[in-house]
Design a protein around this ligand. Structure first.
Ligand SMILES: C[S@@+](CC[C@H](N)C(=O)[O-])C[C@H]1O[C@@H](n2cnc3c(N)ncnc32)[C@H](O)[C@@H]1O
Length: 400
């Protein structure tokens, strides 16, 4: 399943509804459109004319009834968007008569269906070997950006919940963190390359009096701990529960913006950031497997053209290495420059049934980042290895 199409359609449908019909039609139906200022931007809001007794919900419903009767062009566009959602997403067929339902309710139902259709919850995997690999590299990239005093922007397209309690049922059920962060925790000594990662892991657990590491920070929390006061974080997450947890976690932090949106489609609106410097982390759940690679490629084609200097870090899972080759070849074929790949295999890639490793592609890799990665992976591989056939590699896919 591809999330982009759904939110794209619903977002378009909502936009059409909010742009609304012309004033004279609204007035005839007991409605006035007012311009209100919200967060520095002027927006159009519908209000009842004086004496209108219905609730706001009924009011919107009347407007849409009129649109249907009048075959207004907005109505055509709205119906088209809803129909497109129904055709492209088989699960969306659950929302019967989508065109007849007010947009707010329809969006709500589409969202419920979408959330129900997505099986992925990062709480089951928090702190596993892939998280250690990904977050250690993320911190390395953030540190290179911090080498300059000018502020930068960190964009996380698939943010997750931001913070995971390893005592909770989900984490205990899989126990994946035991072969991940726990191995670092019990190691007698940690190499220098992993110090920064581990210090921030401890900082996220600062509230624990006994020094236990029960909390595992997700990429947004790791980044927020590493970023400076004038740097900025943009976090996208589609699932309602995860996005709500993120908003709660970062409430009161003026550096952070949380968006409950499809990270792929939202991205073009965030780049280039006004800071002109920064990093995008693309870390999807890969529920769609092969199709996810194609979605990443089409997103990168747009973002690399729009923001040619931005650092892009893309995490991907490896069952069999050969399955990832078309994705890795895409960068050279599409002229994407300064692209580095780092892979960690904790096992031999001889079974397509389990996760044997993972990789990170870094577009616009900072100067000498390959050397730093080489050191990090040489330290990390023996710590996380599941078999003697564990290995790692760091390679340039494309140069300047
Ligand atoms: C692998 S987890 C993210 C983990 C997080 N980056 C971290 O390192 O802690 C993927 C998350 O992306 C969310 N997601 C899936 N598709 C999405 C989309 N198209 N846009 C934004 N978020 C999405 C899922 O709900 C899930 O929480």
């Amino acid at each position: 399943m591809q999330a982009g199409a759904v939110t794209d359609c619903t977002a378009r449908a909502m936009r059409v509804v909010h742009s609304g019909p012309p004033q004279h039609l609204l007035r005839r139906h007991g409605v006035v459109a007012m311009m209100v200022r919200r967060g520095g931007r002027k927006r159009r809001r519908l209000r009842a004319t004086p004496g209108y007794g219905g609730c706001r919900h009924r009011l919107h419903w009347r407007v849409r009834q009129h649109q249907r009767q009048g075959k207004h062009r907005h109505d055509h566009a709205r119906k088209h968007a809803a129909r497109e959602a129904l055709q492209t997403e088989p699960w969306a067929a659950k929302v019967q008569h989508a065109q007849m339902v007010p947009a707010r309710i329809r969006r709500c139902k589409l969202r419920q269906c979408y959330d129900a259709a997505m099986n992925y919850h990062h709480a089951f995997h928090a702190g596993n070997f892939a998280d250690v690999f990904k977050h250690a590299i993320l911190l390395g990239l953030i540190d290179t950006l911090k080498a300059k005093p000018t502020p930068f922007c960190y964009i996380d397209t698939h943010a997750g919940a931001g913070r995971y309690d390893l005592r909770h049922e989900e984490a205990r059920k899989t126990g994946e963190f035991i072969d991940g962060m726990q191995r670092l925790h019990i190691a007698t000594s940690l190499p220098e390359s992993l110090r920064r990662y581990f210090d921030l892991l401890r900082a996220a657990n600062a509230g624990d009096e006994n020094g236990h590491l029960h909390i595992y920070p997700g990429s947004p929390l790791f980044a927020s701990l590493a970023l400076r006061a004038d740097d900025r974080l943009v976090l996208c997450e589609t699932q309602l529960a995860e996005a709500t947890a993120l908003k709660r976690l970062f409430a009161g932090d003026p550096r952070v913006g949380v968006h409950q949106r499809d990270g792929y489609t939202a991205l073009s609106g965030f780049i280039p950031p006004h800071e002109r410097r920064g990093l995008i982390l693309i870390d999807p759940p890969f529920e769609a497997q092969e199709a996810e690679f194609r979605t990443i490629e089409s997103t990168l084609a747009k973002t690399c053209a729009r923001w040619s200097t931005g650092i892009h870090a893309i995490w991907y899972p490896i069952k069999l290495r050969r399955q990832t080759l078309p994705f890795l070849r895409w960068f050279a074929a599409h002229g994407v420059k300064k692209t580095l790949v780092a892979e960690l295999m904790i096992d031999a890639d001889d079974s397509p049934l389990r996760l044997n490793g993972c990789g990170m592609v870094v577009v616009n890799a900072p100067w000498q980042f390959d050397r730093w990665l080489e050191r990090l992976l040489a330290d990390l591989t023996p710590l996380l290895a599941r078999s003697p056939r564990a290995s790692h590699r760091v390679e340039w896919l494309t140069h300047e």
